[in-house]
Design a protein. Structure first.
Length: 230
C-alpha cells in the first residue's frame, strides 16, 4: 500500500507503533501529526487539520512518559472510554487533541519509533493504528446521523469519501472495510460496531488485507474486536 502524509482525525483515539520484524508493509500511507476538527460530509479528504500534534519517540526510555505500559489501556475518546488489552509491548502514551475531540496514542516500544518529525523516514516507517469512535445516530465527518448497521455505514462512507466500502464477513463483530484515495494515495479504514458505538481503526504499515481475509492481526483484533466500551 502506498504511504501518504495525511491528516490525523481526532474524533477519538490513535494507536501507533514502530516497525516490527513481523510487520507487513501493506498498511496505508503515513499521516502527519495533526488532528481534525469535526466536519460533516467533507468535500475531499476524510480529514482536515488543526494544530494538535503528536510528539513521541523512542529516544531514552520509551516508557518514561507512558500512562499505561502494556496491560489494559483505558482510552478516553470523544464518545466513550475504550478498554484495550495491548498485545506484546504496545503501550499507551497519552491523549492528544484540541480538548473537544481527543485521540490517544498507543506505541509498540519494542522497536524504534519517532512521531516527532512528520515526513521523516523514521516517521514514515512507524507502524500504527489510529482509533476513533462514532455514536450511532450522531454526527461525524462522513454523515449527519451515523448508520446503525454495516450496510448503511458502508453507503455513508462511499457517499462521503468515494472509493469502496464493504461489509467484512467471518468476524463475530460487525465490520466495515473502507478504501479511499486521497491526493493519489490510498487510505483504509476498518469500523467495528459495539452496541451503538462504531470503533474506527485506521492502520499504517499493518496487514489490513490479511485481517480482512481472516488472519490474526493482534493490534487490530484488540482494537476492533476485544476492546470493551466502559
Amino acid at each position: 500500500m502506498n504511504r501518504r502524509l495525511a491528516a490525523l482525525p481526532l474524533a477519538a483515539a490513535v494507536a501507533l507503533a514502530a516497525c516490527s520484524t513481523d510487520a507487513d508493509d501493506t498498511g496505508n500511507g503515513t499521516p502527519d501529526a495533526s488532528a481534525t476538527a469535526t466536519q460533516a460530509n467533507p468535500d475531499a479528504s476524510p480529514t482536515s487539520q488543526t494544530d494538535a500534534s503528536i510528539d513521541v519517540d523512542s529516544g531514552g526510555d520509551p516508557t518514561a512518559d507512558a500512562q499505561d505500559a502494556e496491560g489494559v489501556a483505558s482510552l478516553g475518546t470523544a464518545n466513550a472510554t475504550l478498554a484495550v488489552t495491548l498485545p506484546d509491548e504496545w503501550q499507551y502514551e497519552g491523549t492528544y487533541g484540541d480538548g473537544a475531540l481527543p485521540y490517544a496514542v498507543l506505541v509498540d516500544a519494542s522497536q524504534p519509533f519517532d512521531l516527532s518529525e512528520p515526513g521523516s523516514d523514521a516517521y514514515r516507517e512507524s507502524v500504527w493504528v489510529q482509533v476513533e469512535t462514532y455514536r450511532v445516530g450522531g454526527e461525524s465527518p462522513f454523515a449527519d446521523a451515523v448508520a446503525d448497521d454495516a450496510a448503511g455505514l458502508a453507503e455513508q462512507l462511499e457517499a462521503a469519501y468515494g472509493g469502496e466500502a464493504t461489509e467484512v464477513d467471518g468476524r463475530d463483530t460487525p465490520l466495515v472495510h473502507g478504501t479511499y484515495e486521497d491526493a493519489g494515495e490510498d487510505v483504509e479504514d476498518l469500523y467495528a460496531l459495539h452496541g451503538d458505538l462504531w470503533v474506527l481503526a485506521r492502520a499504517w504499515n499493518v496487514d489490513v488485507a490479511g485481517y480482512v481475509d481472516g488472519d490474526d492481526v493482534p493490534i487490530l483484533t484488540a482494537v476492533l474486536e476485544t476492546s470493551e466500551v466502559k
